[in-house]
Design a binder for this molecule. Structure first.
Ligand SMILES: [Zn+2]
Length: 276
């Protein structure tokens, strides 16, 4: 990481925006925040989560390398059974969940506040309503990251198993598997991509919860905003072309039929709301 959290906090808003652009090559963060404090808090939260995820993936990788029973693996044991035998794995779900819970609070909070600002509304009952939803969503997100991570590992192991069965590169099989696991699990890009997507999911998820709450009292419309440049995908462009629609409108994007952003990993879109 190029700059520490402490240094980032000391930056001016313009510097922080410039830094975010350099680091991500993206401009989506700017769209979400009207004020410097929110923007920097979001960046700090993202960077902290990336660091925690990197450490988590590193430990996860080490557990696999050091603790998988490779003799059983060579004898044909099922990959999922071997992973479940590792003591670290049994606590991994909880640990990952904790990383997500700890670090997504600010994304959630700023999502709530930004949506309240968009709607120009507030309500005493809103905080309790959103807190309950927040924990449900946070746990679902954590589970999803965990599931994807395990799938990564299993796909690599299964692939290596088939190489071994076919007597291809037999002597190098486990070595090459280690290096592929290492490349995929321990890369900064992976932590960064997960963090970006999860942060935006939480931000947008908080917005959607606020909208559900206020829609009990009034009609709410939304529109999908997409950055328009060479990298904008066809589906995001199409979602943006719908203009103002009802709050329950489903957009057909890479993640499936969704009510709000993100449409895919590293999506730069934003869904804006208004009353009536
Ligand atoms: Zn998008």
């Amino acid at each position: 990481m190029a700059k520490s959290i402490k240094k980032l906090k000391a930056l001016s808003f313009q510097q922080a925006v410039a830094y975010a652009k350099t680091r991500k090559g993206e401009d989506f963060q700017e769209r979400y925040f009207e004020d410097k404090e929110s923007f920097i808090a979001m960046m700090v939260s993202q960077i902290r989560m990336e660091k925690d995820l990197n450490k988590y993936f590193n430990d996860y990788y080490n557990a696999i390398v050091n603790e998988v029973n490779w003799n059983k693996y060579k004898a044909g044991a099922k990959v999922s059974d071997l992973l479940d035998e590792i003591p670290f794995m049994t606590s991994a779900d909880m640990r990952l969940e904790q990383i997500v819970l700890d670090n997504m609070i600010s994304a959630w909070t700023y999502g709530l506040n930004q949506t309240k600002k968009d709607l120009k509304q507030d309500h005493d009952g809103l905080n309790k309503f959103t807190t309950d939803k927040y924990y449900q969503l946070a746990k679902a997100h954590a589970k999803q990251i965990n599931k994807t991570t395990r799938k990564f590992v299993m796909d690599i192991l299964k692939n290596e198993r088939s190489l071994e069965e076919n007597k291809v590169k037999e002597e190098n099989s486990i070595d090459s598997m280690f290096s592929r696991l290492s490349d995929r699990l321990k890369s900064d890009a992976r932590a960064e991509s997960i963090t970006d997507t999860e942060t935006i999911s939480f931000f947008a998820g908080a917005g959607a919860v606020v909208i559900n709450f206020f829609s009990k009292f009034q009609k709410i419309k939304k529109r999908w905003l997409a950055v328009s440049d060479k990298r904008t995908c066809e589906r995001c462009r199409n979602a943006a072309s719908k203009g103002w629609v009802g709050k329950d409108f489903l957009y057909n994007v890479q993640f499936g039929l969704v009510k709000t952003n993100p449409a895919h990993g590293r999506c730069r879109c934003y869904v804006e709301y208004r009353t009536k």
